[in-house]
Design a protein around this ligand. Structure first.
Ligand SMILES: [Zn+2]
Ligand SMILES: [Zn+2]
Length: 129
């Protein structure tokens, strides 16, 4: 299976409506567009219809993630796009992580992060995804 086929399988598991014959197509945004969060791939249905599903994360990076999450991105009158991103798991309680520790780089959910400290350092500065 190609990376795109494996990612389609993962996306279906994550609950996305990708019918048989759907394709993921790589797009090649310029560096400037990438900085603005342009997608690196987007999904097309069997008839070539754009499914408004995609991600700024490369396919290989999403495949490597333990878990995938999706987020609705509003795009004006046209409706919303669905963006896929790697979900991180809290290293303490296995919940969905929202922040990473700056010192040890481990992902944490909000409650666990609140009482995560390192001896001799100031309280970690949070970094959100
Ligand atoms: Zn936790
Ligand atoms: Zn830490």
């Amino acid at each position: 299976m190609t990376i795109a086929e494996r990612l389609i399988a993962r996306l279906r598991e994550a609950g996305l409506d990708l019918r048989e014959g759907s394709r993921l197509v790589r797009v090649y945004p310029s560096r400037a567009m990438r900085n603005e969060g342009a997608w690196s791939w987007s999904a097309f249905g069997p008839g070539g219809r754009e499914l408004q599903i995609g991600s700024q994360y490369p396919m290989a990076e999403l495949l490597a993630a333990e878990k995938l999450d999706t987020m609705q991105v509003m795009s004006g009158a046209v409706g919303s796009d669905t963006e896929v991103f790697p979900a991180k798991t809290c290293q303490r309680c296995q919940g969905t992580a929202v922040a990473a520790c700056r010192i040890c780089r481990r992902p944490h959910c909000r409650p666990c992060f609140t009482d995560h400290h390192h001896e001799g350092y100031a309280a970690p500065t949070e970094q959100t995804w």
